[in-house]
Design a protein around this ligand. Structure first.
Ligand code: MN3
Length: 210
């Protein structure tokens, strides 16, 4: 859930919301052990080391991201803080026996903003496949409509005042051990077999229902 990931200093590595082999064979435990246990863990450690010297001021993770964004000399803080947030969020975007389709409020909004679920999915796939180099593909809410976007490296919808609803990690570390250079195969599997629409629906509901 979105508010469980907005933690305070010192940050700890958030547990995966499933067992290390839960996403087999689509994301292997080998990939997940490196991705969570090495990459995600490194962002957490880097962030804690970077902000140790600074005054913490009780900022939470999202405040650290926003306060370091686009600030000269603050790039390492921004990159590591944003990558901690992105991965905390990303793990929840997948589940065992995922896939299928959204329903309810989210589906209604998708049809309103994209015309059809298929169109929305095609846009997400195109964003994920088209991100040049490392980055993320997103479904986000800008306050009045859904939008699909892609971001470079650690960048995220929060810096554009948008609420993230779904993300796909398209850094090579997310798929290379399992899919090598075939990013499109990983994206197809993500949509078809892994995506946790319940999480995406809950994120959307928290934006529009008070
Ligand atoms: Mn990653």
């Amino acid at each position: 859930m979105a508010n469980n990931i907005n933690l305070k200093i010192p940050f700890s590595l958030q547990d995966l919301p499933y067992s290390i082999d839960a996403l087999e064979p689509y994301v292997t435990s080998n990939t997940l052990s490196f991705h969570h246990g090495k990459h995600h863990a490194a962002y957490v450690n880097n962030l804690n080391n970077l902000i140790k010297a600074e005054k913490a001021n009780g900022e939470d993770l999202e405040q650290i991201i926003l306060n370091s964004y686009n600030k000269l000399g603050e790039e390492p803080v921004f990159n590591n803080a944003a990558q901690v947030w992105n991965h905390n969020f990303f793990w929840n975007c997948m589940k065992q026996n995922g896939g299928g389709a959204p329903s309810g409020l989210l589906l209604d909004q998708i049809i309103k903003d994209f015309g059809s679920l298929d169109r929305c999915i095609e846009d997400i796939k195109a964003a994920a496949a088209g991100q040049f180099g490392s980055g993320w593909a997103w479904l986000a809410w800008d306050g009045s409509k859904l939008l699909v976007s892609k971001t470079l490296n650690a960048a995220l919808p929060l810096i554009h005042s948008q609420k993230a609803l779904l993300t796909i990690d398209v850094w090579e570390h997310a798929y290379y051990l399992d899919y090598q250079n075939k990013r499109v195969d990983y994206i197809d599997v993500f949509i078809k077999n892994l995506i946790n629409w319940t999480f995406v629906e809950e994120n959307f509901k928290s934006c529009v229902v008070s």
